[in-house]
Design a protein. Structure first.
Length: 186
């Protein structure tokens, strides 16, 4: 089981907005330090706050996923795209580079080409995986758990259809624990 913890901090006395805790992706240590400063202020009573903690769990093995059906390979055009998270793949008759996918002579061939491109892409490897069966590509989060549900998808063009615009399908056991701590507030 994977455990996800949500911490909600409510305070009118914080002079720094809570959005400053995480300003830029990749500032992990600095973000944790800012969070610790906020919590220390609340614990000491200097900056009263209400801190709520909620624990959710996800059953091991659940992977968020979505299907991308190649409706008709002949309808896939040189300008059609599939965006997975922040990576845009472009369909091409003659692809070059890791973000271009060969259109293929049939739905099955197009799907196989897309799967190969997704699974080999340097920015998608470790984030998602793909499999194909008769023109239908299933894109799944690479790891089990709810983080996969944060991955968005978009398609442009007439030859493919997404079943959803976000990976989904994780089984949640919600509100296993919910605790509210008023620190210095009534």
């Amino acid at each position: 089981m994977t455990i996800f913890t949500t911490v909600v901090i409510k305070s009118e006395s914080l002079d720094t907005g809570l959005s400053d805790i995480v300003r830029v992706t990749g500032e992990g240590k600095q973000a944790v330090r800012r969070l610790i400063n906020v919590l220390e202020g609340a614990i000491s009573g200097v900056k009263p706050a209400r801190i709520s903690i909620k624990v959710d769990s996800v059953t091991v093995g659940d992977r968020a996923s979505v299907t991308n059906t190649i409706v008709q390979a002949s309808l896939v055009d040189n300008t059609d795209t599939l965006t997975i998270a922040d990576v845009t793949l472009t369909w091409r008759t003659t692809p070059s580079g890791e973000s271009q996918v060969a259109i293929g002579a049939s739905d099955t061939a197009a799907a196989a080409n897309l799967v190969a491109k997704i699974n080999a892409h340097s920015q998608l490897r470790g984030r998602v995986t793909a499999t194909a069966a008769v023109g239908v590509v299933t894109i799944s989060a690479a790891t089990p758990g709810g983080d996969g549900e944060l991955i968005t998808l978009a398609e442009v063009g007439g030859g493919q259809t997404l079943s959803a615009t976000r990976l989904a399908g994780v089984t949640w056991t919600s509100a296993a624990v919910y605790v509210d701590y008023p620190l210095g507030v009534a």
